[in-house]
Write a protein that binds this ligand. Sequence first.
Ligand SMILES: [Zn+2]
Length: 295
Amino acid sequence: MTKVPKFKLGYTGGNLDRADHLRRDAQAIQVARMHPSARWLVLDDLKPVLTEDGNDLYWARRSELESEGQTIFLGLEADGSPRFAIDCPIGDLPGRATDARAAGMRLPDDRAAIIAQARSVLDWHRRHGFCAACGAPTRPEKAGYSRLCTSCAAEHFPRVDPVVIMLAVKDDLALVGRGPNFPAGFFSALAGFVEPGESLEEAVARELHEEAGIRVHNVRYLASQPWPFPASLMMAAYADADGFELTLDETEIAAARWISRDECAAVLRGDGEWQAPPPIAIAHALLANWASGTS
Ligand SMILES: [Zn+2]
């Protein structure tokens, strides 16, 4: 069985209690909003506001919020303090609106996990103001975890888009590739969206065949992470390749190569001929775990 990696995965490890039982209780949410310990994470154009030194989330008091905006209930801190996120301009808050990727790399994992939750749900609200069934306006419900159609009463829920990201391996070599739009010298594990009506294992096999022309077997799951751009769930896996010969789909893959564990380890140390994804990305864990010989 594949070992779970020892390292943490980006955007995971949040320690808020999401308190789902409160979401459908509008009165309880209102009480939480009025509680003196309630705080709001402002996302200005989906950029989380950090403290001025950039080392933590800036938790705004209710009195500091200058404008209205879509609000979601994030959950409760361990001491019961309510936490919310709001989509509104930063105004005069003494913090800085920061790109969510940069913030995710800079902050401790438990804080980055809050950014993932807030950004994905608020982004979903921005893009789902109208009912997909009948076209009428929708309104937020359940403290921001659903939208209800004002005409046909259809209920819509925040989406999560499953993505497989995988390393094909054979005889102590692993396959990495680069998309046409990747930065120069950058390679990663191959990835693709899971399609309706297929398992993760089938998605891994299909994507590797479509993109690289290889057949695989023995697909094994490693770990997953949320990737809030806008709402992916990245599911990492290894798969045993039947052969080395590649036939690339050049619209998806500009180049691909089989690498050794030593080459992979050198690249992850910043000491190789190409660049790998940073530790916040699960592709890094996929490569590091394999390079250490534990896949
Ligand atoms: Zn409708």
